[in-house]
Design a protein around this ligand. Structure first.
Ligand code: COA
Length: 191
C-alpha cells in the first residue's frame, strides 16, 4: 500500500536551517560564503560541466549568486546550500522549485580538491531527503552532461533513475550540451 502523501501546506520553508549529514554540514548560502565559493567556481574544470557558472568567472559573481539565493529562499523558489566539510566550504548544492512548488531540480558543484570522496553523493542524498521530507515535493529531477560520467554516477548512487537525454545550455561553453536526465518520485523513497 502506498502511504498518503502529507498535505502540501508544508511546501513553504521560511526559516533558514542547516542540514547535517554523516560528514557534512549544508548551510543555507549567504554572502559570507562568496569568497569560498569563488575559489572553485572560477575553475574551468568545475564551470565546464554546470548549467549556471560562467567562465571566465566575473568579479562579484559569487556575491550576486549568494544574494539571489537568499531572495530565492525567501520567495520559496528554491534553496542553495554551502557544503561544509570540517572547516572548509567544499561545494554547493541546490534545489530549484517549479512555480507550483511540486517539482524540484537538483544541482551541485564541488571543489576539485574534494572530488572522489563521496561528498557529492552524500549531499545529493541529503537534498533529496530535504526535498521530499521538508518541502513535500512530488518529484525531483536532475541533469548531467553526457560527457560528465562522475555526475551521472552521483545521481544514480543517490537513487535517481535515468529517463532520457536533453540539450541544455552550458554558459561556460557558450552553447547547448547533450545531458542525461534523471528523476525520482517521492513514492520511490518509501522503498
Ligand atoms: C561531479 C562531481 C559533483 C562529483 O563529485 P564527487 O564528490 O567526486 O562525487 P562522489 O565521490 O560522490 O561520486 C563520484 C562517482 O563518480 C565516479 N567517477 C568519477 N570519475 C568518473 C569517470 N570519469 N567515469 C566514470 N565514473 C567516474 C567515482 O568513481 C564515483 O563513483 P563510485 O563511488 O561508484 O566509485 C564533481 O566532480 C564536480 O563538482 N564536478 C564539476 C561540476 C559538476 O560536474 N557539477 C555537476 C553538474 S550536473
Amino acid at each position: 500500500m502506498i502511504a498518503a502523501k502529507p498535505q502540501a501546506t508544508a511546501t513553504r520553508v521560511d526559516e533558514p536551517r542547516s542540514i547535517t549529514t554523516e560528514r557534512l554540514i549544508l548551510e543555507p548560502l549567504a554572502l559570507a560564503h562568496a569568497r569560498s565559493l569563488t575559489r572553485f567556481a572560477r575553475l574551468w574544470e568545475v564551470a565546464r560541466f554546470t548549467a549556471n557558472i560562467p567562465h571566465p568567472y566575473p568579479p562579484g559573481c559569487a556575491d550576486n549568486f549568494a544574494k539571489q539565493s537568499v531572495e530565492q529562499r525567501r520567495s520559496g523558489g528554491g534553496w542553495v546550500f554551502a557544503v561544509h566539510y570540517e572547516e572548509d566550504v567544499i561545494g554547493v548544492v541546490d534545489i530549484t522549485l517549479s512555480p507550483d512548488r511540486r517539482n524540484g531540480e537538483l544541482g551541485y558543484a564541488f571543489a576539485p580538491w574534494a572530488w572522489g570522496h563521496g561528498f557529492a553523493t552524500e549531499a545529493a542524498r541529503a537534498l533529496i531527503n530535504f526535498g521530499f521530507g521538508t518541502l513535500r515535493l512530488d518529484v525531483i529531477e536532475a541533469f548531467a552532461m553526457v560527457e560528465n560520467p562522475a555526475s551521472c554516477r552521483v545521481l544514480a548512487k543517490a537513487g535517481m533513475r535515468r529517463i532520457g537525454e536533453q540539450m541544455l545550455p552550458a554558459p561556460a561553453r557558450g552553447n547547448d550540451i547533450l545531458c542525461e536526465a534523471y528523476r525520482i518520485f517521492w513514492t520511490e523513497r518509501l522503498a
